[in-house]
Design a protein around this ligand. Structure first.
Ligand code: SF4
Length: 443
């Protein structure tokens, strides 16, 4: 059935609590403690199974990737680093010639690679190596078997989730144009674990929403076509540039909160259902058993989290949706929500659901923020690895924000696991304090 679907208004079920859409934002531009965009390779290479990520960087970049991916053992990893050495940095060698040689050797040895990303780094930017020209040159050489693309994962100006945004933005121009008159298609945008993606695809299918495609796809040969008949739902809040690139191709974003927690998942699914004109009873029938199961599992976590205070340092850009989930569904108190960037338009539905007095901060001046954190004396701090250890030493319980990006946390079936990621560090700290007190007594 060919039908063109008009973009409808947001579902009216989004609770209006006053929210903090108009709340003042504390903007800071000082020293930042964040990872670079190379980190995104860890989840992107798992997702696009015939792609390879070649970082053009230093030994530091190679170490970062290897240690971040350290828990994963692959016989044939799908990422590597072409090392820029001192001769390149001193301009004594032609880095382009060396890069061409590395790529030719790699593609000869790995005929399974269909898409190759050249990933820029701080060193490649410092020596002004033009990776977009290199990608064009290498595409001419290896097309049609291999497409060569490039993006920057440099940490000079970016945070770690921006690596995915840059990668997907580079992919958008390669997406085929959808045929005029073809049915309106839903595009889920943002890397999700396969298990989560499958759950969403099943629910949309049962609702009658579709056809549905995912971006990025699992294989480079499955790139979705896009055009004015594409409606897209962001699955991740850090894809501002990707959304802009899709919109420039005629696709339209469906405004929605992000699918974290029972409420967020319901509203995210409902935004697409409303766009497709799904009947409210049918929507309810489709999701009710998953939602009830998730609510029951979540209630078991509430005892551990209710009334506790949480403080977010800026890192993953998931901070605002997580704060909304923890404050509304687990009754935690949010002392501060720091985020590297606050994309007010993409976060509008989330901000509307945060308590009106939530302190929002954008960017970072790490020493000032640490002082605010100590004054707030929270029960749990969500932050990057660089800050976590010193805070733990001060007796403050922490959660690494990077773990929230590596774990499957979206959707109904993962809502309780997501809550557990916050309750576990507090439980561990309580056990530790108990055993230290016991030891002291025994001594
Ligand atoms: S890209 Fe920059 S910040 Fe990232 S590992 Fe390499 S040198 Fe470090």
């Amino acid at each position: 059935m060919n039908k063109t679907i008009p973009l409808r208004a947001l579902p009216s079920e989004i609770p209006n609590t006053g929210g903090c859409n108009d709340a003042p934002v504390l903007r800071e531009r000082g020293q930042r403690e964040v990872f670079c965009g190379l980190t995104g390779i860890i989840w992107l290479h798992r997702k696009i199974q015939d792609a390879f990520f070649l970082v053009v960087g230093s030994r530091t970049c190679a170490h970062l990737i290897q240690s971040a991916a350290g828990v994963m053992i692959f016989a044939e990893p799908r990422f590597a680093t072409a090392i820029i050495d001192d001769r390149d940095l001193a301009g004594l060698a032609d880095a382009n010639d060396e890069l061409d040689r590395v790529v030719a050797r790699l593609l000869e040895r790995r005929p399974d690679i269909r898409m190759l990303f050249l990933v820029g780094s701080c060193p490649s930017e410092v020596i002004k190596l033009d990776l977009s020209r290199a990608a064009q040159r290498l595409t001419r050489q290896f097309a049609p078997k291999v497409a060569v693309l490039n993006y920057s994962g440099s940490g000079i100006e970016t945070t770690f989730t921006q690596g995915e945004d840059a990668c997907l933005t580079a992919l958008v121009p390669t997406l085929p144009e959808s045929t005029v008159g073809s049915p309106t298609q839903l595009l889920i945008v943002g890397t999700l674990a396969d298990v989560v993606e499958d759950q969403f695809l099943r629910l949309f299918n049962e609702m009658g929403v579709g056809p549905v495609a995912c971006f990025p796809p699992r294989r480079s040969t499955e790139l979705p076509s896009i055009g004015p008949n594409t409606r897209f739902l962001l699955a991740q809040p850090f894809l501002g540039e990707t959304a802009r690139a899709l919109e420039s191709r005629g696709a339209q974003r469906i405004a929605a909160p992000f699918p974290l927690g029972v409420e967020g998942t319901t509203l995210w699914l409902q935004a697409a259902a409303a766009c497709w004109g799904v009947d409210a009873d049918h929507f309810e029938k489709t999701i009710s058993s998953s939602r009830e199961r998730a609510s029951r599992a979540l209630s078991r976590q509430r005892d551990a989290l209710q009334g506790k205070t949480i403080f977010f340092f800026p890192d993953s850009q998931l901070e605002v949706p997580l704060a909304r989930f923890l404050s509304r569904e687990l009754k935690m108190t949010v002392a501060e929500v720091g985020s590297p960037y606050l994309h007010k338009q993409h976060l509008a539905e989330e901000l509307a659901m945060l308590p009106a007095d939530t302190l929002l901060s954008e960017g970072q001046d790490v020493e000032k923020q640490l002082d605010r954190c100590r004054r707030a004396n929270p029960d749990l701090v969500v932050c990057g690895l660089g800050i976590a250890n010193p805070l733990e030493q001060e007796g403050i319980t922490t959660k690494w924000s990077i773990e929230l990006v590596f774990s499957p946390i979206q959707g109904f079936d993962q809502a309780a696991d997501l809550a557990e990621l916050f309750s576990r560090p507090m439980r561990r700290r309580a056990l530790l304090s108990h055993s230290l007190a016991h030891d002291a007594q025994a001594a």
